[in-house]
Design a protein around this ligand. Structure first.
Ligand SMILES: [Zn+2]
Ligand SMILES: [Zn+2]
Length: 347
């Protein structure tokens, strides 16, 4: 029995090591950190609307994106769309027109940001059961908390002593930047929300002001809070993203975590705010890397000095791990990757 487990575990580790080596090879040839950056527009959007045949929509949309050179990650479900994609300005205008020409998406709100040709390097259009994976039956966005635009969100923080800010994102996002005084749910993944809510039961009678990156996690997250008996639940409309463009330095501190190669996006463009620290030396730092040990792959904040000293490992144990012989160019790739601050892998 235990031999079987060992064999399975060994096979798993070998698989991971091979995957890491493949990824290293691919990434090292694909991205040149010294290449001049071409300004791209990054779009972020979601819409809850019934889509009868998501498989067909995904296939057609993927084809169109490929033909036009759009890169990004788009999820489609029977209940709607959730996407982030990038391209040069003209192309993204064309993309918006294409999407809004469909009656179902005519009122979709696009959030825009600045990126470059490396923000996304691939295009995915994937069919899912949910737009944000939570796996709790019966949670519907339409039952979510009251939407507050940034101005009203600020007013409520400033004038209402009964308010508690709740960060609906993962811990690694919270660590990089957040609203001052916000409660962290300490999740590694949104699927852990039910267990995370167990820990904040004592806040049931407070006014909950929930927020996330672009607003979509709050749509179902606040519906779930209400399902659990929280009575006064509000959500920041358009998320941190929209807030940052309206009142960047009022109640926010640090940077916004994004799920593409930019990783850390400034909210306040005037001052470079770093509130997080290196895992090893605790010096101010906001660069995330993945642990060099493919079987660990932990995402952590690491300064350049420690990255060199620790060989991009999160711990001594991971530093000492047995490397696959195929990984021989892995270190130099990781150093280049650190220099370019562009590569990040989220599990
Ligand atoms: Zn350090
Ligand atoms: Zn590790």
């Amino acid at each position: 029995m235990s031999e079987q487990i060992n064999a399975a575990e060994l096979a798993r580790q070998q698989r991971l090591a091979r995957k890491a080596a493949r990824r290293a090879q691919m990434e090292s040839t694909k991205i040149d950190p010294t290449a001049p950056r071409i300004p791209y527009v990054v779009l972020l959007y979601y819409k809850y609307v019934h889509i009868e045949n998501p498989e067909q929509w995904a296939a057609e949309h993927l084809k169109w994106c490929r033909e036009n050179g759009i890169k990004g990650r788009i999820l489609v479900a029977k209940i709607g769309l959730n996407g982030s994609c990038a391209g040069p300005r003209d192309l993204m205008e064309k993309y918006k027109q294409k999407l809004t020409s469909d009656q179902r998406f005519s009122d979709i709100i696009f959030k825009e940001d600045e990126g470059d040709q490396f923000t996304f390097t691939k295009i995915f259009v994937r069919v899912r059961d949910e737009l944000v994976t939570m796996k709790v039956p019966g949670v519907k966005a339409e039952n979510g908390g009251i939407h507050l635009p940034p101005e009203e969100f600020n007013k409520m923080i400033e004038n209402d002593p009964d308010v508690v800010l709740v960060d609906m994102r993962n811990k690694y996002e919270y660590d990089l930047g957040r609203f001052k005084g916000a409660v962290a749910l300490e999740m590694d993944n949104f699927k852990e929300l039910p267990q995370a809510v167990d820990k904040i039961e004592s806040l049931k009678d407070k006014k909950i002001l929930a927020y996330c990156t672009g607003g979509i996690r709050c749509e179902t997250g606040t519906a779930y809070l209400k399902m659990r008996g929280f009575k006064n639940v509000y959500q920041l409309e358009g998320g941190i993203h929209t807030y940052g463009q309206k009142s960047p330095d009022k109640h926010w501190e640090g940077k916004m975590f994004v799920f593409d190669r930019r990783v850390a996006v400034p909210i306040n463009h005037e001052k470079d705010q770093v509130i997080s620290g290196c895992l090893h030396c605790e010096n101010a730092c906001d660069v995330y890397i993945n642990c060099v040990n493919a079987a660990c792959n932990a995402l952590f904040i690491c300064c350049e000095n420690c990255a060199i000293k620790m060989e991009n490992a999160c711990s001594d144990a991971c530093k000492a791990h047995q490397r696959d012989p195929n990984e021989k160019d892995y270190m130099s790739m990781l150093q280049r990757r650190y220099a370019s601050k562009r590569e990040i892998i989220i599990n």
